[in-house]
Design a binder for this molecule. Sequence first.
Ligand code: PLP
Ligand code: COI
Length: 343
Amino acid sequence: MIKEKANINWNELKFSYLKTDYRYISFWKDGKWDEGKLTEDNYIRINEGSTVIHYGQGAFEGLKAFTQKNGSIGIFRPDMNAKRLQNTAKRILMAEVPEDKFIKACKDVVAANYKYIPPYGYDASFYIRPYEIGVGENLGVRPAPEYLFSVFGVPVGPYFKGGFNPVNMVVADYDRAAPKGTGHVKVGGNYASSLLPHQIAAEQGFADCIYLDPKENRYIEEVGAANFYGITKNGEFVTPKSGSILPSITRLSIMELCEKVLKIPVFEKPIDINSLDQFSEVGACGTAAVISPIGSITYKDKVFKFYKDGKEVGPITKKLYELLLSIQRGESDIFKEWIYIVD
Ligand code: PLP
Ligand code: COI
């Protein structure tokens, strides 16, 4: 294979779609998955009665590949995304994609799109977007007769404008998920319901909005596309405990980094919106968001400001960001098992 890179300005990348050369596609029918294949076609053709179109029977994942310090390419914790997609599939009655099939599909897409994988040393990565949808002839509200599983990938830069700098957020006046609904799984409908609150926040000049729990409207849930954490003035890492937020793989990873590397106590517990004064730093974490410091949170007529009046990145957030990236880029000797090398 010719190892050359596409003519892309890797420093200018945003979090936006770009057609890359190959994507993986596979179908489930009559109780089994076909072998799947790479294709250059970035359009899919599905039946007009497909459950994903009418009843939202569809889910996605997001993970990243990074060029490692030694030049190889590694994918960050694809096993965890495979398991989360299976968990989502169980909740909305889709066929489960086996873990090895999921990981191989991600690796194949990365290898086939070598020229789009940002080289080592840039603030960029290759975002992998697996998805699964209910397809086939159908009319009534029932699980689909067939499923499509596909994986594509795009080189991306920072999710929030301005990169690793504090952003301002506002508490949304809407719920993103119901208490026993689908907030804990990655179904498309959660994101459809977040579009309007996000737009309102953006129109007011905020980077994104923060949701409160849908039962009491009092405890922080998460950001539209990332989990929430805070560092208390006593140096503890605190993150919401809730059955209706997405279990973030980034959050799980930084919780391990806090406990095992930084030796910081970690607590998963409800965070009352009126108790934000306890934090010196707060942030959002996720695959796309990585670790994004939050400078201020506006709630009704109050504005809570964090590290250095919300203008600078706090020291723990900075340390976590550097640790996470050093692992993702193969610069570190710890947690090497999180990286799946693409041969
Ligand atoms: N919460 C929501 C609603 C998300 O969409 C995401 C992104 O995947 C996350 C949290 C972060 O999860 P992860 O770190 O696994 O990407
Ligand atoms: C991710 O971080 O992978 C997400 O799913 C966020 C996305 C909705 C942009």
